[in-house]
Structures are given as structure tokens and as C-alpha cells.
Design a protein around this ligand. Structure first.
Ligand code: FES
Ligand code: CO
Length: 327
């Protein structure tokens, strides 16, 4: 069985849809093989239902939102956020009754996204401290599908041996092959990672040979916060990379950043273009990796700098074992 087929993955929050897209009408998304329709209810809060009408199975995501309910495109049945059909236009005077309903899923809002959990979530939506700090601005970056396993991307975020190969075109330095002073502190459902990495980078007026201070957090299974401070000062840049599993070989990449007060001369377009370039450098290599990522360390070969990835594998293995037959 592929790791991603384990039902424990249904018990995490995922940032499935940008709120900006939802404001235009209902949208479909396939999460772990489950087709969903997302829409904004009459209170302005997003809701997630199965994307299949209980009348003749049409996709609700092709319909529209009427008074905070999603209306089926086929015959207009309307569903509220709990999945209950509350209106059948062809029999307006009759209560549709409790049997006319579709499944509803947990849905909440954070960081400009509608987050969904298919079953009762084990952990809260990860807290990104900088999102609550007034001198940081949240900037949406990417929302797109990659042909990659989400765990491979998480591991890559904390793999400080890849920039000097993959990111030579942006910040990677051929002289700094690994991070220094790398440390991991685990917590329930994730870990903090700190270290220093030498980079070459023109971005943010940083000089060649500069050093990045890394202060990162991984939240199981697919959220990674990467805070970068520079040795020679300047505003911090926090990248939050989330992977939303479509199925075991495809993942929706959700990336936003939190940019510390930048004052005069901040070039938002340049920042986005730089992060885009970095992301495409990763994409090229990551899409070439095997979507079957073994959690057993004997499944692949390793080196010392792979420690964060190995902790990810061990913690995921533990979570799966702890929820065997429970989810
Ligand atoms: Fe949805 Fe008929 S299929 S209302
Ligand atoms: Co990279």
C-alpha cells in the first residue's frame, strides 16, 4: 500500500482553496481522491461538501451559490453547509427531509485559504507566529498542481544540501554544501529546525557570501514554515509551503510568504519573480522523484544532512502506527 493511501491522512487540515477563488462561486477540488465542492455560506464562511448531488449525481461544483447554499446545476436542489438539502424547486412546499443530503467535511479559514479536513483532525491548523505580527505582510505566491508526492516537497524544504546543486541560478552557493549548527527540536506533530547556510544572492540587496539564519518548522504532514534572516540584517522573509494531496502522485502546491516591514524600495514583483524562479528550480528535480516515498529508512540511502527528512519519515511512520485501524 502506498503511504498516502493510509486513512490517517484524512485527519489533517489542508489549505484546499484560496478564498479569492471561492468568492467567484463554488469550486471543485479532489482531496485524497475525494471530490469536494467548496462554497461560501450565508455567514461568509466557506463550507465543503462531497461533490455529488444525491438526486442524479451531478457535480455541485458546476452549480452556483444561492443565498449561501450551493445549488445543483442539473435540477437546482439546494444544500446548506451541513450537506442537508433544504430546497427542491420542483416541490417548493415540501420539506426535502433528512434523507436528501450529502456528506459534509470540516472547513475553516486561515491565511487567506479555506482549510479542509476529511475526518476529525488530529492537530489544529498550524500556527505561523509571523502571521500575527503587525510588521509582517502576508503575500500569496503560488497555487498550482505538481506531479510529486507531498512528503518529497516537505523533505526538500528542509534539505540544506540541495541549494548548492539545484539553486545555483538563484541563491545556492557551490562553497556551502551543507548547513552549519543544524538542530532539531521535536514537538507533538512536528519539529523546529534551526541552522545557518551560506548563500550567494543578489535578492534584497544582500551581498555575495552572505549567510542565512534558518528558523523552520515542519507540521505533519504537509506544512513547512521557513524563516530566513540575513546575517547582515534586513527584513526577515518567511516562506510557508503547504502540499495538498490530490492523490499519491499529485499535490497542490500552496505557497505564501510573510514579508517583514520592508520600507522604501521594496519591490514586490521582484520578490515574487525570485521566489518563482527558486520554486521552478525545485519543481524540475522534484517531479523526477518517485512518488512512492518509503518511511522505512532502509528504503533509500542517506547522508548526514538528510536528518530533517529522516525525522519526517519517522514521525509520519509513528503517526500512521498510532492511528492504525482508528481513522
Ligand atoms: Fe442534482 Fe438533479 S442531479 S438536482
Ligand atoms: Co529548493
Amino acid at each position: 500500500m502506498n503511504v498516502m493511501d493510509h486513512p490517517v491522512f484524512r485527519r489533517f487540515w489542508y489549505p484546499v482553496m484560496p478564498l479569492d477563488l471561492l468568492r467567484e462561486g463554488p469550486r471543485g477540488f479532489v482531496l485524497l481522491g475525494q471530490p469536494l465542492v467548496l462554497f461560501i455560506d450565508d455567514q461568509g464562511v466557506p463550507a465543503a461538501l462531497e461533490d455529488r448531488c444525491c438526486h442524479r449525481t451531478a457535480q455541485l461544483s458546476l452549480g452556483e451559490v444561492c443565498q449561501g447554499r450551493v445549488a445543483c446545476p442539473y435540477h437546482g436542489w439546494q444544500y446548506d453547509r451541513s450537506g442537508q438539502c433544504v430546497h427542491v424547486p420542483q416541490m417548493p412546499d415540501r420539506d426535502p427531509g433528512p434523507k436528501r443530503r450529502v456528506r459534509a467535511f470540516h472547513c475553516d479559514v486561515r491565511y487567506g485559504y479555506a482549510w479542509v479536513a476529511l475526518e476529525d483532525p488530529i492537530f489544529e491548523i498550524p500556527a505561523i507566529p509571523e502571521a500575527a505580527e503587525p510588521d509582517f505582510e502576508l503575500i500569496q505566491e503560488f497555487y498550482e498542481e505538481w506531479k510529486v508526492a507531498g512528503l518529497r516537497v516537505m523533505e526538500n524544504e528542509l534539505d540544506m544540501a540541495h541549494p548548492s546543486y539545484v539553486h545555483l541560478g538563484t541563491f545556492g552557493s557551490p562553497e556551502h554544501l551543507v548547513a552549519k549548527d543544524a538542530e532539531i527540536r521535536e514537538f507533538d506533530g512536528g519539529f523546529h529546525y534551526t541552522g545557518r547556510l551560506g548563500v550567494t544572492q543578489a535578492h534584497h540587496a544582500q551581498q555575495d557570501g552572505n549567510e542565512r539564519f534558518l528558523d523552520c518548522s515542519w507540521f505533519a504532514p504537509f506544512v513547512c514554515r521557513l524563516r530566513i534572516d540575513y546575517a547582515d540584517g534586513g527584513p526577515a522573509h518567511v516562506i510557508v509551503n503547504c502540499q495538498v494531496p490530490i492523490d499519491h502522485g499529485r499535490s497542490q502546491v500552496v505557497q505564501f510568504c510573510l514579508q517583514q516591514d520592508h520600507g522604501e524600495g521594496f519591490d514586490r514583483e521582484a520578490l515574487l519573480a525570485f521566489d518563482r524562479k527558486v520554486t521552478l528550480e525545485d519543481k524540475r528535480v522534484l517531479e523526477s522523484t518517485d512518488p512512492d516515498m518509503p518511511l522505512d529508512p532502509r528504503g533509500e540511502k542517506h547522508m548526514e544532512s538528510d536528518k530533517p527528512g529522516l525525522v519526517i519519515r519517522r514521525m509520519m511512520d509513528r503517526l500512521i502506527a498510532d492511528h492504525e485501524g482508528v481513522a
